[in-house]
Design a binder for this molecule. Structure first.
Ligand SMILES: [Fe+2]
Length: 388
């Protein structure tokens, strides 16, 4: 993350003796990214983080590509989905993927996780479409709610507790590379610049430690190479008495993203919110439309010659699309032009503002849909621009 944060007790000097009340040493753990060249944090454990009690049978945790979907503009209708499975992990239904990123939905029936999870394959970006809860991790407690992007760096051990009331709907993105703030919005020491659509004040790190000291049996499910490994310990992984550094989970609300507008139509990079290897994430939020007297607020047709563009429609009426619901995904594949639906261009003229919210994933390598996505495919979508 872009700024330094610390919680709890840490010794004045790193890699020095730091003792518990009984005189034994706290166990220091460096969690570093990009080898030793990226951001990192130092964590201080009560117990030895390596003391594994048992290793259970691994479970497959991967999604198969749907063969033969071909070059099609794609609409996945997931609006009607109420639950996608029993718990936070088994309810994950990843709908599209390439070697850089996977994206899908998760609406678990059980709101509280009864084991811990560590994603060792990639960083996670969880967009809370519906729901409210607490992320308990080694870095402390973080309250999350509807509209939040929750960035969880790989190897963070965590569990969610969501409230029982109301719908729970999560959009899940797993990234092979680190998920970062946008480089062009940072100065040379990493501070977000004045023209950034959000700044450090909008970023919410864990604010208080959550220390689980009691011994017992604690299961950590570790995702590595598409498998969920079952690791049991006799202590909780949330045994951290203090940490400091730049690497930690945090939340950023889409409601705190300040839109950039102009006299004529602004291109998608103005909506960019995060970057990673091989893709970007953008946020479409309520904003004033273009104010040139002859402006056309609807976007123009365009050929994304070297990227696939996915829009997840979160709230409001999307002015350039017809037949799209809250919870729809559209995938506009590189190699075909795409643009507003018939009638929406004229209709947009004179409109002053939009109330839409959407999350966009643009990848630089082709995406493929998974077999889990097949039941949601809207077969009429590829022809939906054609007027009779
Ligand atoms: Fe586009």
């Amino acid at each position: 993350m872009a700024y330094y944060h610390r919680l709890g007790k840490i010794p004045p000097k790193r890699h020095t003796q730091f003792r518990q009340p009984d005189g034994s040493l706290y166990k220091e753990e460096l969690v570093s990214s990009k080898g030793f060249s990226g951001i990192y944090s130092n964590l201080y454990h009560i117990y030895n983080p390596n003391s594994v009690r048992s290793i259970g049978t691994p479970k497959p945790f991967d999604w198969k590509i749907a063969e033969g979907h071909g070059l099609n503009q794609t609409h996945l209708k997931t609006a009607g989905v109420e639950t996608t499975g029993e718990d936070y992990l088994s309810a994950r239904r990843m709908l599209m993927k390439n070697n850089d990123v996977m994206m899908g939905i998760c609406s678990p029936k059980r709101r509280k996780m009864d084991s811990y999870f560590k994603n060792a394959d990639g960083d996670e970006l969880i967009y809370i479409h519906d729901g409210k809860g607490v992320l308990y991790s080694q870095f402390g407690k973080l309250e999350v709610e509807k509209g939040d992007y929750v960035v969880i760096p790989r190897t963070t051990i965590y569990r969610f507790e969501f409230e029982e009331e109301g719908p729970l709907r999560l959009l899940i993105i797993e990234s092979h590379g680190p998920i970062e703030t946008v480089k062009r919005y940072r100065n040379e020491v990493g501070q977000l610049l004045e023209h950034s659509p959000y700044c450090e004040r909008d970023i919410r790190p864990p604010h208080e430690l959550h220390i689980e000291e009691e011994k017992g049996e604690y299961l950590v499910q570790i995702k590595k190479q598409g498998v969920l490994h079952q690791y049991s310990y006799d202590h909780s992984p949330l045994d951290i008495v203090g940490w400091d550094g730049y690497l930690y989970p945090y939340a950023l609300s889409i409601y705190d993203f300040e839109p950039i507008t102009g006299r004529i139509h602004q291109p998608p990079p103005v909506h960019q919110t995060f970057q990673a290897w091989g893709f970007v994430i953008c946020s479409f939020v309520p904003r004033l439309f273009d104010y040139h007297p002859l402006a056309i607020p609807a976007p123009y047709n365009h050929s994304n010659i070297d990227s696939d563009e996915v829009l997840y429609y979160a709230e409001g009426e999307f002015m350039s699309r017809k037949g799209i619901d809250r919870g729809s995904f559209t995938i506009h594949m590189g190699g075909l032009p795409h643009g507003p639906h018939p009638g929406t261009v004229e209709k947009s003229i004179g409109a002053k503002s939009t109330e839409e919210y959407a999350v966009m994933l643009d990848t630089f390598r082709p995406l493929q849909i998974t077999t889990d996505a097949l039941e949601f495919v809207d077969k009429d979508y590829p022809m939906s621009w054609t007027e009779d």
